[in-house]
Design a protein around this ligand. Structure first.
Ligand SMILES: Cc1ncc(COP(=O)(O)O)c(C=O)c1O
Length: 459
């Protein structure tokens, strides 16, 4: 028979009453500090450490008046409150529809939203679902794309496996990999994304050392990468897939294409996804999100997944939550069908293009004369990667302290690298975000960074 209270064999007292206030010799003599015994934590929990994000939150809270170019948050003024309110009303006004939305949904996600997601991807890639080898059955709705990344790690990775990422890369995913005990191999980047010559050399080296079997996946943020803002070029996309196919010997090496920023393009035409070259739906997991192109508070993401990964992924997701928030999925589907989602993307493109241009112009004004200072010029997304050669931008360095004293916060570039123990990651760059900061703050933020830079180099 199931009972919520367990019974101590010696005393017949429920053990959930914890330690008695008065000595009671019917309890084992374990001493007064039994409550200080360490809990038996799992290995995974012991490997899981505080995210670097908390450093920024703490610092921002401790320093009011600070301009944060560090936060990965989105523009607040343009968040679509009216459109989301209208979508909620549309979903809930009709009793039957509202009751369905407020009921549990399925683990895989709302079929209508899965179809809409597939249509959006096909529209962006200029193809039909057959050409992608996919149907709505291959789409999974997740609680943000972050959940998808975590679930994939659960499904694919054991301690000692290798995951290849761009170097630098999205540091929150690094934390997931660390908690799974995975070794990260970083491949250098340039303005065209991951350097595929370097990737090929790394794969060859791993093969020579009999380590290729450990490589499970290659993770790329291929549109306006977090943190550099760089995009994988058109010609590298099919080549990346070819490389992965060439080096898949006994098991398929998967590509995780994290397209979190794809919709936020301000210059040029969209590029076909790597997924669009994977016409058998075997090699690429395509991860997207409504967080950046619509609103992070919706916390709704999606993935196109090869069928033999989908089933195990759904089993794990079933254990996590047996389905992302059903109401949110209905709201997002309504935003798409009502045209509000497309409208929001257009609005954001205007807003962020303006902010990106402003940030780049301010950087030019402040740092243009220094030959050893350079920065990325992203065609979309939310980030600029600023490199100050010869300056230590790490959190303990003099530049970080000077920036804090001037009242500006950035993400130290070294957070975005994983290096072998005992090595120091590259530490001359800063990730600057133009997502949250208002135009005036961007202007002042760069001026403050410049003053911090002058103070640092004058020492
Ligand atoms: C590259 C990248 N992937 C995934 C995510 C996760 O976003 P969400 O879980 O809100 O969809 C983020 C968030 O900043 C990101 O930058």
């Amino acid at each position: 028979m199931h009972s919520d209270v367990t019974v101590s064999p010696r005393s017949n007292r429920p053990s959930s009453t914890s330690i008695p206030e008065q000595p009671d010799d019917s309890y084992p003599a374990v001493g007064a500090s039994i409550h200080r015994l360490p809990p038996g934590r799992s290995r995974k929990s012991l490997r899981t450490t505080d995210s670097p994000i908390n450093y920024f939150i703490q610092t921002a809270l401790a320093n009011p008046g600070l301009i944060s170019l560090a936060a990965g948050l989105v523009d607040e003024e343009s968040l679509p409150c009216q459109a989301v309110a209208a979508a909620c009303v549309a979903v809930l006004r009709d009793k039957e529809r509202g009751q369905t939305a407020l009921q549990y949904g399925s683990t895989q996600g709302l079929p209508r939203l899965r179809q809409l997601v597939l249509d959006l991807i096909c529209q962006a890639d200029g193809c039909n679902p057959q050409q992608l080898g996919c149907s709505a059955d291959d789409v999974v709705i997740t609680t943000g794309s972050q959940q998808l990344l975590y679930l994939l790690a659960e499904v694919l990775l054991d301690p000692g496996d290798i995951v290849i990422t761009e170097a630098p890369s999205y540091f929150v995913f690094h934390s997931v990999l660390q908690s799974h005990g995975v070794e990260v191999v970083g491949i250098p980047m340039d303005a065209e994304g991951m350097n595929l010559e370097a990737l090929s050399e790394s794969l060859q080296r791993l093969e020579r050392h009999g380590q290729l079997e450990r490589v499970k996946l290659i993770y790329t943020v291929d549109y306006f990468q977090n943190p550099t803002g760089w995009t994988l070029s058109e010609k590298r996309r099919p080549r990346l897939l070819e490389l992965v196919q060439r080096f898949s010997r006994r098991q398929r090496i998967l590509i995780v294409e994290d397209a979190a920023y794809r919709e936020l393009r301000y210059d040029g035409n969209d590029l076909r996804s790597i997924k669009s070259w994977d016409q058998t739906n075997s090699w690429v997991v395509y991860a997207g999100t409504f967080s950046k192109p619509c609103a992070p508070g919706l916390k709704t993401g999606f993935a196109l997944v090869p069928p033999d990964i989908r089933e195990p992924l759904l089993h794990v997701k079933g254990n996590h939550d047996f389905g992302s928030a059903h109401l949110m999925q209905h709201v997002v589907a309504e935003l798409i069908t009502a045209g509000a989602y497309a409208h929001q993307i257009q609005t954001l493109r205007g807003v962020y293009q303006h902010k990106r241009d402003l940030l780049l112009a301010e950087l030019e004004r402040a740092f243009g004369e220094y030959p050893n200072v350079w920065w990325s010029r992203p065609a979309g997304g939310l980030y600029v990667w600023l490199t100050l050669e010869g300056v230590d931008t790490g959190p303990q360095g003099t530049f970080a302290a000077a920036a804090l004293a001037e009242g500006v916060l950035y993400v130290p570039g070294e957070f975005a690298y994983v290096v072998p123990q005992g090595h120091r990651p590259p530490h001359h760059s800063c990730r600057l975000s133009f997502g949250l900061a208002r135009p005036e703050q961007l202007r002042q933020g760069v001026q403050r960074l410049h003053r911090a830079f002058q103070r640092t180099i004058s020492r």
